[in-house]
Design a protein around this ligand. Structure first.
Ligand code: ATP
Length: 358
């Protein structure tokens, strides 16, 4: 069983400080949904409100269609997993997993059977009688997930559960978590400041800044069509130009900058002041001759081999640093340091965006 979650105009104030400002989101049953944002943007506060550890100052939270107002954490169909897993070191793994069932008065044989079933689900068969100290970081993580699943929650709330693991294990556990979520069908709400993690695992992502949800969309949409400069910058690299929007036609606008006259897609709320043009390094082209539009002349300052791509760092004649990423498959000519080059971009791959929703 899994449940959907709705947040309707949810705010959370700590004194005069608004930590979450008018959050609206509808998470589907069985969805893997991540809240992504920098430290202090209010992600944990949202999770704590869903789990019932703090009350919203305003607004409604529904789980499985039921208003959660006045429902204590243990009355909600949710289970919470923290970075600090809080496993019991003196209990064997199976007892750790079935602890929540013991509290509910379930008999020993049923608890043991349930623990073994869950150990299979998280890919740790045969670990039932081991002690916590005998497991690796990733294995402990799986035990914590099995323990949370033991009480059959409809919603799993995960607060940066992978941040204590090393990079390789973290990447491996991304795929594991995703697989466990698909196998169980339980709704997962995942909190992270790591954009790679959120984009790789989630069905949809809510990007947050300063207490506000900036954009809710699937990972491709978030990366390819960010609604504002905050989202564009938080989920990837950009070459950024400040300038003024001019004439528009066909969803493209002219944009005058001290570095040249460009054309790019015009984002929805990109009007007035504080707008900039964003183009990703992988969409920034480099050539010996001037492209027909969006042409910028410059000089290559550094060529850096990054494995699957080559980063060309250049400085424009107008003094701006730019980066272009070329595929490392022999399909592009790699310029030398000091070479005079033209940079450019397809207008459809660049967007004029407002800064952030504050
Ligand atoms: P992190 O990734 O660092 O945990 P976060 O995005 O989860 O960050 P929150 O923990 O939700 O952020 O905190 C949001 C803001 O609310 C922060 O500025 C924090 O200092 C503040 N805050 C959180 N809890 C309280 C509290 N109990 N009292 C006062 N301020 C709080």
């Amino acid at each position: 069983m899994s449940a959907g979650i709705e947040l309707e105009n949810v705010c959370c104030d700590f004194g005069s400080f608004r930590a979450v400002d008018n959050a609206n989101v509808s998470i589907k049953p069985g969805e893997f949904f991540s809240f992504l944002g920098p430290s202090g943007c209010g992600k944990t506060t949202i999770l704590r409100m869903i789990s019932g550890f703090i009350d919203p100052t305003k607004g409604v939270i529904r789980i499985g269609g039921m208003d959660m107002k006045g429902q204590r954490p243990n009355q909600r169909p949710t289970a919470l997993i923290f970075q600090n897993l809080a496993l019991f070191p003196l209990m064997p793994i199976w007892e750790n997993i079935s602890f929540g069932l013991e509290v509910r008065g379930v008999d020993k044989a049923t608890r043991r059977a349930k623990a073994e079933e869950l150990l299979k689900l998280v890919d740790l068969p045969g670990a039932a009688d081991k002690m916590v100290s005998q497991l690796s970081g990733g294995q402990k993580q799986r035990v914590a997930i099995a323990r949370a699943l033991a009480v059959e929650p409809q919603v799993m709330l995960l607060d940066e559960p992978l941040s204590a693991l090393d990079l390789k294990l973290r990447q491996h556990m991304r795929a594991e978590l995703r697989a466990i979520q698909k196998r169980t069908g339980v709704t997962f709400i995942y909190i992270t400041h790591d954009q790679g993690e959120a984009l790789a695992m989630s069905d949809r992502v809510g990007v947050m800044s300063h207490g506000r949800i900036q954009q809710i969309a699937d990972p491709r949409e978030i990366y390819n069509n960010p609604v504002n400069g905050f989202v564009a910058s938080f989920v990837g690299e950009n070459n950024i130009f400040s300038g003024d929007v001019g004439m528009t036609s066909d969803g493209l606008a002219s944009f005058s900058t001290p570095h040249g006259q460009f054309r790019a897609r015009l984002g929805e709320k990109a009007t007035g002041k504080g707008v900039k043009l964003y183009v990703r390094p992988e969409h920034t082209l480099i050539s010996e001759s001037a492209p027909s539009e969006n042409a910028i002349h410059g000089r290559v300052e550094e060529v850096s081999f990054e494995g699957n791509f080559i980063a060309i760092h250049a400085v424009t004649d107008s003094g701006m640093k730019m980066t272009a990423e070329l595929r490392n498959d022999g399909s592009s000519a790699i310029p030398e340091v000091g070479a005079q080059v033209w940079m450019g971009f397809d207008a459809r791959h660049a967007a004029i965006l407002p800064d952030a929703d504050t």
